[in-house]
Design a protein around this ligand. Structure first.
Ligand code: DOR
Ligand code: ZN
Length: 344
């Protein structure tokens, strides 16, 4: 039986670090295992301009533990007022690696997102020209669309039309949750990638709702039926280049999760590598974990994989159930089964 596994150092291609006290508390959890991460720009106010992204990067670097060589890969938050010239300059200087599209109202801090997609056409055309990827939160926000259908409807109504009308635009379908998204990703060329979270490989919608409501399993896009979870597992463990890890680790204090109207997000930075090793082992795919966590993402983003490595060993991991922050505790995602791998 395999008792250790060494892979290139992994990266997280979708991460929420927040700011201030929360940033200082959660950043070490990611920097401990991951070399780089695509940093989501949905702060309040959002990170819209190159100047804002530069300032946020400086705050992240200042919050890093002593001696850490973790690299934050910055993004801009796309608004209907985003300036193509500012986006181009931020990309040319090496500051940003992607632009994030939130449909207005789709999720946490998305109020400044896009309602009229025609208004962002000049930015998207500029991005296609310079090869800057668009990271997409793929859910429609229409009140008359069932929340469990919002991803599939987004693909038909928004994503596919954008792709057809913007040839050459590199797109990442973020945190996919359905077999519809897996199928769509597979139907497209190498200019389309898709990230998959840790928690969507583990939970389906029953975990949130059956036997009592579990706020810590509530995230957006919300977990779907079991058949969708199995499609995500097959995609992640396939080793196919278009699928890579984006944890969407999204810390909220317990006080903000356990409200009558609680926040969306699962905090998985701490135990993601243990959970992934378990998932890939269960699916007889340990040998493909490196592609999902360490190789496919850099290839999509045109970056080299790390030379350094991360070793997992077959031992029970030891981490706290909650991370303490000056804003209050943040609960670490509970996979609901015993974990048997830990980072050495
Ligand atoms: O569950 C989520 N939490 N989904 C998102 O899209 C945003 C994130 C957050 O920022 O908390
Ligand atoms: Zn996210």
């Amino acid at each position: 039986m395999t008792s250790t596994l060494t892979i290139r150092r992994p990266d997280d291609w979708h991460l929420h670090l927040r700011d201030g006290a929360m940033l200082r508390a959660v950043l070490p959890e990611t920097a401990r295992h991951f070399g780089r991460a695509i940093i989501m720009p949905n702060l309040v106010p959002p990170v819209v301009t190159g100047a804002q992204a530069a300032a946020y990067r400086d705050r992240i670097l200042a919050a890093l533990p002593e001696g850490s060589d973790f690299t934050p890969l910055m993004t801009l938050y796309l608004t209907e007022d985003s300036d193509p010239a500012d986006v181009e300059a931020a990309h040319a200087s090496g500051l940003i690696r992607a632009v994030k599209l939130y449909p207005a109202g789709a999720t946490t801090n998305s109020a400044s997102g896009v309602t009229n997609f025609d208004k962002v056409r000049p930015v998207l055309e500029k991005m296609a020209g310079i090869g800057l990827p668009l990271c997409v939160h793929g859910e429609v926000t229409d009140a008359d669309i069932d929340i469990f259908d919002r991803e599939a409807v987004f693909i038909d109504r928004i994503l596919d039309p954008i792709r057809r009308s913007t040839p050459g635009l590199r797109v990442v379908m973020e945190h996919i949750t359905t077999s519809d998204a897996v199928d769509y990703a597979r139907s497209q060329g190498s200019d389309l990638g898709a990230t998959i979270t840790t928690h969507h490989l583990v939970i389906n919608r029953n975990h949130i709702l059956a036997g009592g409501i579990k706020p810590h399993y509530y995230c957006l896009p919300v977990a779907k039926r079991e058949e969708h979870r199995l499609a995500l597992r097959a995609a992640a463990t396939s080793g196919e280049a278009r699928f890579f890890l984006g944890t969407d680790s999204a810390p909220h204090t317990d006080a903000n999760k356990l409200l009558p109207c609680g926040c969306a997000g699962c905090f998985t930075a701490t135990n993601t590598m243990s959970i992934l090793a378990q998932v890939f082992e269960e699916d007889s795919a340990l040998g493909r974990l490196e592609r999902f966590a360490s190789l496919n993402g850099p290839a999509f983003y045109g970056l080299p994989p790390h030379d350094s490595t991360l070793t997992l060993e077959k031992k029970t991991p030891d981490y706290p159930a909650q991370i303490s922050t000056d804003d209050g505790p943040v609960t670490v995602f509970d996979p609901g089964f015993p974990l048997t791998w830990r980072v050495a």
